[in-house]
Design a protein around this ligand. Sequence first.
Ligand SMILES: C[S@@+](CC[C@H](N)C(=O)[O-])C[C@H]1O[C@@H](n2cnc3c(N)ncnc32)[C@H](O)[C@@H]1O
Length: 208
Amino acid sequence: MENSYWLKKWEQNDIGFHKNDTHPYLLNHFSSFIKDTHNNVFVPLCGKTIDMVYLAQKKLHVTGVELSEEAIRAFFNENSIDFTINSNVFSSPQVDLIQEDLFKIKVNKYDLIYDRASFIAIDPNKRNQYWDKLKILMHEKSYYFLILLEHIDIMTKRPPFPVTPGLVYDYWGKDKVNLIHQEKVIPPPKHSDYDQEGWTESAYIIEL
Ligand SMILES: C[S@@+](CC[C@H](N)C(=O)[O-])C[C@H]1O[C@@H](n2cnc3c(N)ncnc32)[C@H](O)[C@@H]1O
């Protein structure tokens, strides 16, 4: 996916991926991936997800990265959060949103990474590059909370791009990955032309 694909989606308000409620997996599993030592969280490809409000309410400092200025401004405005702008960083005391391509951001270390609809938005041929980038943002005590759409043998032509079960284990290593949730789902409306069977949504906690 070219960056222009996403910018156009925001321009046209074609943002079916955005949810108005906090993601249920985040609500249900937060306590399993938070540690006393965790102070900050990185949200790649953050859009204007309201999940960042939940994470901030949990006293984590949130850093998001997002291509679209429109999405970033909408996040602050729709949640009535005052912000300042310094170059490409939009900041409130608890949340910094960087308007940038994830692949170009400077390296920092984060205690948590929260990934919902982000890995599956990435062009499948850039998946390793995406995970290589996230890996260098983690330290030895970081957790990566990853929510995926999976299908055994379908690869769609447009996002969300489903993942074959096993891909996570192959990249991160079986002993580093904990599958904490899996349920059958119907495919997103944009994939109604594909087989309706065999889709699952899964949540993983991953360590280095
Ligand atoms: C499918 S949406 C998911 C947004 C968010 N995670 C959520 O749950 O609503 C993917 C987002 O990633 C942004 N994006 C795509 N490629 C990006 C990149 N290389 N760097 C930063 N943001 C990107 C898009 O603008 C879009 O807002």
